[in-house]
Design a protein around this ligand. Sequence first.
Ligand SMILES: [Zn+2]
Length: 596
Amino acid sequence: MPTCPFNRNTLSFLGDGISQARCLLRKVMPLGNVGSTPASLPAILESVVGRPCDITRAQLAGYLATHGIHTSEIGGELDQPVSSTDGDVAPATRARYFVIHDTSTPHRDGHFTAATATFPPSINTTAWGGNNLSHAVGMTTHVMLARTGESATSNNYRTAMRATKRERLEVPGPPNALRGLFLHHELVQPRLLNHSNLDEFSPDPGFTPGQYERLAVCYHAAAVRSGTFLIPAFHCVLDMDIPDGHDDPQHFDLAAWGAALQAVRAAILGTTIPEDIPGNNGVLEHSIVNSPDGAANVRSGPSTSADIIAVLHNGDEVDVFEKLNQWRRIAATQAQWIHGSLLAPIGGGGPGDDNLRKITDIAAASAIANFDWPGRGVAPIGYTKGMAVTFARAFCKLRVGDPVAVEMAKAATGNAADDCLVHYREKFASLGMDNSVAGVETLRHLFVLMLGLGMRESSGQHCCGRDQSADNFDAEKAEAGLFQTSWNGRSENDLMVPLFEHYRANPGTGFLDIFHEKVSCSAKDLENHGTGTGVIYQKLAKESPAFHAEFTALAMRNTSQHWGPIIKRAALLKSEADDMFRKVQHLVETEAICPV
Ligand SMILES: [Zn+2]
């Protein structure tokens, strides 16, 4: 195993930044063995390592604000430098290496073999004490990254910190020569002992998507503060020529980190705002600039510290595509933000509260709002109102040919196994509801069935968590939300993932405030399960009920096998529900009210 030669006079490993990274990111195997071939770097690292940082502090600050990340979680304030060496031996240099460790936290007592060393899913949740970062401050690292995706600063990046044998004078050479050259990151990872008392066993995959994403944010923070994209390095490889070295990190997935780096970089540069769904132009409302001093700054992020990229004047018209706290995004696919206090909404676009209220008033006055559902009781009024506005939105989308709504409203002429409406054909027929023609009638009847399904599955509680009687801890299968549709349902139709991405990018558009009326959410309900995108899905399903309803509607038109109450035809069809949705339909048709 070739080591990566270090030159103590230049304070550098051999070669340019890229070749150093290829050497220092070689695969780390159990017990400290290191792969002999250079790492194949993700394209993003090939293009940035060792190069000047092309991201501004303001851009990064905008990203952090958007994602609710505080600098105290990622090594400290962005306007502070990173650590430097002291210049006693070689010319003083800023930190050059971004070192990746794992914590090798003991998981449980005992001695294990490869066959018996198993890790429960709880290692990726707050339930496992290893993820508790409350003691992170002052530990011998710069940043600690829990498996939940949270992180905490142990020491500010400006503090020279030694966390490897190479730095800690365990090789001959001038004292303190290397202090300040390395920034350290401890990724929380549980270990189990083998029969020789060595902590050989670690989970595979070794880390969570949340850890890779947060480590990517740290990498950009270090770059902004140093002015250069640092050279990433694994602790084990860094120290491999020193006796009794460490073996961390285990099962680090360089490609997964590369994907996270790419996504974070794109988001910082404002290029990841997804295109809106075809047919729905994504405008939340139309506004005019109305500023006390006559002008409004357009910024690159939702923060007063973001760069000013343009100035608009009173009377200028803008479309609002996203609302984030007080900030409004005024471009469909670019990061252009104005403070909401400088805008006044104008008619013709969004619904305004009055229009929404016309719909929710129909719901509140309907017979179905007071219906005593067998075994479930009267629905929370928020459920009935929320389904009314969600139907209005779906109908508006259908009228402009939106593919999601067209799919929901297609004729029910296929197989019972592939379509809830076909599976329920006799029940619909007995109420005189015909679904043989594509259009609003079929769409409305779908919502009638959904209203009954949601009462069976969640009693109309938008925050309903997984079925506690089932064992679905897997993020793919954990049920969530009004209809208990799980993330694995997305395979039913190609429109489901784009729909998820749309609402994920616009989380405030799911009518949560309406659905939440008379609903209370317990901590147990709000727990999400597993790892990966499925966890984000569960959270969004609960926090954006209109998303969950549309996602479920697409699934219902492509399978009838996902929900027990559908299979057993226990979800009730009520003509009173059809009456309510018909009134909402009439309102949309006659007053052009569209809750976007
Ligand atoms: Zn280490």
